[in-house]
Design a protein around this ligand. Sequence first.
Ligand code: ATP
Length: 356
Amino acid sequence: MARITLDHIRHAYGPNPQSDKDYALREVDHEWNDGGAYALLGPSGCGKTTLLNIISGLLQPSHGRILFDGKDVTNLATQARNIAQVFQFPVIYDTMTVYDNLAFPLRNRGVSEPEVDRRVREILEMIDLTPMARRKAQGLTADQKQKISLGRGLVRSDVNAILFDEPLTVIDPHMKWVLRSQLKRLHKQFGFTMVYVTHDQTEALTFADKVVVMYEGEIVQIGTPAELFEKPSHTFVGYFIGSPGMNVLPAKLDGSRVTMGAESLTLDYAPKAASGAKTELGIRPEFIRLGREGMPVTISRVEDIGRQKIVRADFAGQPIAIVLTEDAEIPAEARVTFDPKAINIYADSWRVGREG
Ligand code: ATP
C-alpha cells in the first residue's frame, strides 16, 4: 500500500482555461497516509470523479504531479500504477464463474493456485457468495454482480491503493450497510489505502477515518467525522454535514463581541478576520438550547422526526433550526442560548479559530 501525494494538482477539461471557473479541479495539494481510508464527499459536479481518475491514471492532470510513496506516477498508465478499482456499475466477465471472476486478477499476476484458492474463498465469504462460487456470473442480479466487482477490488493484497467510485449505488439498502461495515473491518485488518467516492454523508462518515469534503473543485476540509461536525473549516461543510446542517448567521465582529441583528453575545476570544471580510457565526442545531433564558426567538414550526424534534424559528431576522429531544418542553416565550464551545466564526466562508 502507498502514501499518495497530490502535488499542486489542477485540472481543466477544456483548452486554454482562463480563470478558476474553467477548472474542474482548482488546486489540490495534499498528502494521504499509507493505509488511510479516505472518503471523497461532495455534491454532484464538485470534482470527485475527476480527482479519482487522476489518482488512477485514467486522466492526466493539466498541472501538478501525483506520487505514490514519493515516486512520480503522473505519466504512468493505469495498469502500471498497480491499483484496484471498483466502479459504480459491475465490471465482470459474464461467461466466467463467480470463483473465476475473483481469481482472475490473481492468476493474471501469476499467484500460485493454492494462494488464489485461499484468497478467493476468503473474499467469497466476505461478500456472501460462497454458495454461488461455481455459477456463471451471467444471470446473477445486479446486486450480486456488484458484490463480485467489490470482491475483485479486494482480492489482491499487493496493490498501492483501492479506489471506489460510488460502488454501492446498485446495492439494496440493507446490504449497503453490511458491505460498508465489512469494508471498514477489512481496512482495519489489512491496512489497505482506500479512496472512496460518494455523495452520501452517511456512507462517507461510516466508511472513512478521514473524510475529504470537496466543493466547487476544491478540497475544503479533510477531517474525522467528529472534526467535520464540531469544527467545519468552511460554511459549506457546516451545511453539507449534519441534518439539518449548521445554522450560519450573518454576524458583525468587534473584538470578542459578536452581533447578529439586534442580538449579541461575547466569546472568550477575539476572532481575527480581515477587515471588509463577510463574517458569520455558525452554530449546529444540536447545540442551541431553548428555554426561558437567553436571546428571543419566534418559533414557526415544530417537526417531529421520531426521537427528536426539529424546531424552525426566526432568530435575529434569520431562519434557524434547533434540534431537541422528543420529550423536550417548548416554552411559550422561547429564548435561546448557544453553547459557547460549539460556536464557530467564519470570515469569507472560512473558519477563523482562536489562533486567528
Ligand atoms: P458526480 O457526483 O455527479 O459524479 P463529481 O463530483 O464526480 O460529480 P466530476 O464528474 O469530477 O464531479 O465533474 C467535475 C466538473 O467537471 C463538472 O463541472 C463536470 O461537468 C465537468 N466534467 C466532468 N467530466 C468532464 C468531461 N469529460 N468533459 C468536460 N467536462 C467534464
